[in-house]
Design a protein around this ligand. Structure first.
Ligand code: MN
Length: 139
């Protein structure tokens, strides 16, 4: 057994995120399991760039309201206690709403060369505003 009593909070890089986003890495991918787990905390309006995961991703929301968008314009609105699963290879982004913080536990299985995430371009302010409008239209 290994008891890890604390992890450091690091700021995520601006070339992969818009706004202020903080990561506590709980588990880094290592052979043979390749499991990677992180607690990711987003300030209001902060979000990831577009990206995909080689083996998919599970997002477990622990605080606030999460937006998860895909290229087809679909946007999931998920609250604390809910889970969003992103299939392998599907380009998507995740982030907070414009009014609240959001935190999720992000779980992936790496591809043997890091965590298997392919990072793409930022979510534009227009794309983000459209996502907010889309979820606000839902009952
Ligand atoms: Mn993701």
């Amino acid at each position: 057994m290994e008891h890890i009593t604390s992890t450091a909070t690091i700021k995520t890089p601006a070339e992969r995120f818009t706004g202020d986003v903080y990561l506590n890495l709980i588990e880094a991918p290592a052979e043979p399991a390749r499991l990677a787990v992180g607690l990711v905390r987003f300030t209001p309006s902060a979000r990831t760039n577009w990206h995909s995961h080689a083996n998919g991703q599970v997002l477990y929301i622990t605080d606030g309201v999460a937006l998860v968008g895909t290229r087809d314009g679909e946007v999931a609105r998920a609250t604390a206690g809910q889970t969003v699963k992103c299939p392998a290879g599907e380009e998507h982004w995740h982030g907070a709403t414009d009014t609240n913080f959001m935190a999720h536990v992000a779980i992936v299985v790496g591809d043997g060369n890091g965590d298997g995430t392919t990072w793409l371009e930022p979510v534009t302010d227009e794309q983000y505003a459209q996502a907010l409008a889309t979820v606000n239209e839902k009952p």
